[in-house]
Write a protein of this length. Structure first.
Length: 267
């Protein structure tokens, strides 16, 4: 149970700013509207503190009321717009790749679709000596690996292009049947992420999630990749939440939104 604050703590400006930050951080694209009870649970702040600060935030336009709940105020979007104005998308989201690399210890990449391939457009390389070989501009087939799976899941036109080509095996685990690939792509869209092992390169694993723009269109797939020796299935599953958090942060940084209603799967 959170304790009531002393008067000295309650009026310390730095402590108050920290509490306001924790309240604003509790909102996400997956939970854009929160009740007072939701905010209390997310921040672990005393009920009286949450009630007082939320009322002040609404009064200043930081939060807006929505029925019995609250959401980030439109005034915040107005203030945030200049932050990314004139900056390239990769410049905005590349720091998140480095944070993901530092958290997992493995290489974090960003992939975009290019015709029937995926191309690496951003990378934060692992510091391990044993690593998957990856570099900027590297091309890989769309039908093999977790990043390709994500790109196919949210860009149906790419799947249509593959219908006209033969899926070549890269390893024994590569999916080469269109029916099986369609099933895997549908599962990826339902899950909100993809995990693959040994599809593009034997002994290598990948974990990917989508990043969206303001029109809810797919921008890229953010990927964690590395040797299966360090990234067995269990480890990949334990990184689902950090990966989805990174994908959401990237989406928010470029003013993006998710298509339709999605929910975060359990890790």
């Amino acid at each position: 149970m959170p304790k009531e604050e002393t008067p000295a703590k309650k009026h310390n400006p730095l402590l108050v700013l920290g509490k306001i930050s924790s309240i604003l951080d509790s909102f996400s694209l997956r939970q854009p509207v929160m009740s007072l009870a939701d905010i209390r649970e997310a921040t672990d702040l005393p009920a009286s503190t949450v009630q007082r600060l939320v009322a002040n935030l609404v009064g200043q336009g930081f939060l807006d009321r929505e029925d019995d709940g609250f959401r980030i105020g439109m005034k915040m979007a107005y203030w945030a717009a200049p932050a990314t104005r004139g900056r390239e998308v990769l410049d905005v989201i590349s720091p998140s790749l480095r944070e993901l690399r530092d958290f997992t210890g493995e290489t974090a990449c960003l992939f975009r679709a290019e015709q029937q391939f995926r191309v690496c457009v951003g990378i934060a390389e692992t510091r391990h000596a044993l690593r998957r070989e990856m570099h900027l501009g590297e091309l890989a087939p769309l039908h093999a690996g977790s990043a390709g799976r994500v790109l196919l899941a949210w860009k149906p036109e790419l799947m249509q292009r593959l219908q006209e080509s033969q899926l070549q095996p890269l390893t024994d685990a590569t999916i080469t049947g269109m029916a099986n690939l369609e099933k895997a792509v549908q599962q990826t869209r339902a899950d909100g992420f993809a995990i693959t092992t040994g599809e593009r390169e034997s002994g290598a694993s990948g974990l990917s999630a989508p990043v969206f723009d303001s029109a809810a269109g797919l921008v890229a797939a953010v990927t964690i990749s590395g040797p299966t020796l360090r990234m067995p299935r269990e480890t990949c599953q334990s990184w689902i939440e950090p990966l989805l958090d990174t994908a959401e942060r990237m989406t928010r940084l470029i003013g993006g939104r998710f298509p339709g209603e999605t929910h975060r799967p359990s890790a």
